[in-house]
Design a protein around this ligand. Structure first.
Ligand SMILES: NC(=O)c1ccc[n+]([C@@H]2O[C@H](COP(=O)([O-])OP(=O)(O)OC[C@H]3O[C@@H](n4cnc5c(N)ncnc54)[C@H](O)[C@@H]3O)[C@@H](O)[C@H]2O)c1
Ligand SMILES: O=C(O)C(=O)C[C@]1(C(=O)O)C=C[C@@H](O)C=C1
Length: 364
């Protein structure tokens, strides 16, 4: 009999985790989602074998249960599970971007089943199972938040289940997790959304502002296209860290204001210089707060056929693209193509091949 895995929430992350598990384990993959379209899509993409008609029944025989729903829904599902029965030795884990509330709630299940909080720290602004990828977490950090009752055997079993994600596992307390992700993930999402609102306000004075909003603005606000439901829940569950970060952010902005008010040329230069140094010291190959995909930017002349020239070169070299996007940043002169690859190796190879055909390309 095959072992059974139940994934609750068949979206970007649930789908990618299911694919990662399937890569290394021959299991019966059962999916559950309140959105029937996502369930149908997950079946047709071969991500799950079948849908769970009743969550309670599916969970009762599962060896592994993965909660991959927005964090408030995870908290609610854990409450529902207080009346469920579980197979002996079963493990529940979640993938939520916050850990304290969920882990505290899961403690109530402690006498029935093992729970280990988890957070694969890579993703995308895209939602839904159609965006799921087996490589999504490759090289990313995957944080676990075991507690004092979690046995080493449970941790080993869970890591074995998830080894197909090719992520780097690490452990920390739920409190530390929320403090750190508050600073490097949750707060930046607030800033991205605020920047978009800021420009929207500016539109009243300057109606062309959105048409001209290009390069830098688009880069820094990509994550403002993420799921509002997911981010509402994250903010509410990491309220105290985020309120503290809003205070320190106010101080940061006051620092910039005073440099500008005093026309402190040297101070303004070193403000940017120090940020550049710190940014460049961040580990490049790891996923996480920094690019979730291996992107390459290619300058393309504005003439018909230029894009197909680029894709043909890649096809001839057997390099697969995971995404291609035209960035309208340099109207009428030169366009920029953003090509996304599955791995660093594919990106390097693409850069080399395009270079041989006089296409200039660069990474950010
Ligand atoms: N998107 C990211 O970049 C990212 C990265 C790491 C972790 N996470 C975390 O992963 C979780 C899922 O995020 P996602 O990006 O996959 O979202 P998603 O919107 O792609 O998928 C979530 C799915 O959960 C389903 N769902 C919602 N409530 C449910 C319920 N009560 N029962 C069953 N299904 C339910 C939705 O219908 C949807 O299909 C969130 O907790 C998020 O914090 C997200
Ligand atoms: O790349 C993105 O779009 C993301 O926002 C991914 C991101 C992040 O902030 O890095 C978002 C939330 C998750 O909990 C983990 C990863």
């Amino acid at each position: 009999m095959k072992r059974e895995v139940v994934v609750i929430g068949l979206g970007l992350i649930g789908g990618s985790i299911a694919l990662g598990i399937r890569k290394e384990h021959d299991v019966k993959m059962i999916g559950f989602d309140i959105n029937e379209d996502q369930v149908r899509m997950a079946v047709s993409l071969g991500i799950i074998d079948e849908k769970a008609h009743s969550l309670k029944t599916a969970v009762a025989t599962a060896d592994l249960i993965v909660l991959a729903v927005p964090v408030a829904a995870s908290e609610k599902l854990l409450t529902d599970m207080l009346s469920f029965t579980f197979k002996e030795g079963a493990i529940i884990t979640d993938v939520g971007s916050t850990k304290q509330t969920i882990c505290a709630k899961a403690k109530e299940l402690q006498n029935k089943v093992s729970f280990v909080g988890g957070h694969p720290m890579a993703g995308s602004h895209k939602s839904g199972v159609s965006a799921a990828k087996v490589h999504l977490f490759e090289n990313a950090f995957y944080v676990f938040t075991p507690d004092e009752v979690t046995s080493p055997q449970v941790m080993d079993t869970l890591k074995d289940w998830l080894k197909g994600t090719k992520a780097t596992f690490l452990e920390m307390s739920p409190e530390k997790h929320d403090e750190i992700t508050g600073a490097i993930s949750h707060f930046p999402h607030i800033i991205a959304a605020s920047l978009v609102h800021h420009v929207e306000t500016e539109e009243d004075r300057n109606p062309t502002v959105t048409r001209l909003a290009a390069g830098g603005f688009r880069d820094i606000t990509r994550i403002a296209s993420s799921s509002p439901e997911m981010w509402r829940d994250i903010l509410l569950q990491n309220q105290s860290s985020l309120l503290r970060l809003l205070d320190t952010w106010d101080l940061e902005m006051q620092k910039v204001r005073s440099l500008l008010e005093s026309s402190d040329s040297e101070g303004i230069f070193s403000y940017f210089e120090q940020a550049k140094h710190f940014r460049e010291k961040l580990p490049e190959r790891k996923k996480g707060a920094i690019p979730a995909f291996y992107d390459l930017f290619v300058d393309v002349p504005d003439h018909p056929g230029a894009i197909s020239d680029v894709t043909s070169i890649l096809a001839q070299s057997d390099i697969s693209l995971t995404n291609i996007r035209i960035l309208e940043t340099r109207e009428d002169i030169m366009g920029v193509l953003r090509l996304s690859f599955r791995s660093e190796e594919d990106r390097e190879q693409a850069k080399e091949q395009l270079g041989l055909h006089t296409f200039e390309s660069y990474t950010l």
